[in-house]
Design a protein around this ligand. Structure first.
Ligand code: ADP
Ligand code: MG
Length: 226
């Protein structure tokens, strides 16, 4: 339960293959960081893993997975005439019951999702008016509203301050450790997750490569003569 497998997969759009002959297994409880250059295919990989983008060829097998997805934020300002809380409710709307009493309980749950992301105070604010970091936390709360066992996050720490990066990293670490939520995350700042991630891969030139995160200071390339 909760495992994901891509086998000999070709990913892309129409006739344009972005990644080919890809084998990737994501076991339950994994914490996988994906890096690599812009345009390398990281977002394409995440969309294919969730099933939003069908494979061009190969096999995708998911077993007992409930995805929570935080897409890459568009830089463009999209005016969304709804509050942060309404956005989170929309994320979990598949769970909205008919009866009013239960509905109130659901609302408490959505507020709890916002609280987990340190964003409860933003509940009544218009989503369009929020800063990039505040939006990122609300979008993460929306993903939590579906009670996922696999969280897929596309650059959740891009353009947010260090404090928000820390909030996101601590929350994901706790969900992975205590609730065994699988985390698959694209970032250009892998160091933010160095203590909690289990695996690092890099997507570039149509392939996926494992890499070890090296946080040791590099060897000096020169020595001072005395
Ligand atoms: P990354 O997330 O690593 O920056 P993407 O997965 O977004 O890269 O893009 C990989 C390649 O796929 C790029 O060449 C991009 O132009 C192309 N691409 C992305 N989205 C689409 C789309 N909706 N239709 C066609 N091509 C796309
Ligand atoms: Mg991307």
């Amino acid at each position: 339960m909760g495992s994901i497998l891509l086998k000999n997969a070709t990913l892309g759009y129409g006739r344009n293959a972005v990644l080919a002959a890809l084998d990737l297994e994501i076991p339950p409880g994994d914490f996988l960081i994906i890096g690599g250059p812009n345009g390398g295919g990281k977002s394409t990989l995440l969309k294919s893993v969730t099933g939003l983008l069908p494979l061009l060829a190969g096999t995708r097998r998911v077993d007992g997975v409930k995805f929570g997805y935080v897409p890459q934020q568009a830089n463009a300002d999209t005016p969304l005439p709804i509050t942060a809380l309404e956005l989170v409710e929309l994320g979990g709307s598949a769970r909205l019951p008919v009866w009013r009493t239960f509905w109130r309980m659901e609302r408490a749950f959505y507020l709890e999702c916002l609280r987990e992301c340190d964003a409860e105070h933003l509940a009544r604010r218009s989503f369009s008016e929020l800063s990039g970091g505040q939006r990122q936390r609300v979008l993460l709360a929306r993903a939590l509203a579906v009670k996922p066992n696999v969280l897929i996050l596309d650059e959740p720490t891009a353009g947010v301050d260090h404090e928000t990066q820390g909030i996101i990293a601590r929350l994901l670490g706790r969900l992975n450790r205590e609730e065994r939520v699988t985390v698959v995350l694209v970032t250009h700042e892998p160091g933010v997750f160095h203590e909690i991630a289990r695996r690092f891969v890099r997507v570039s030139e149509g392939c996926i490569h494992p890499f070890a995160l090296c946080l040791e200071p590099a060897e000096p390339t020169f020595s001072r003569r005395s």
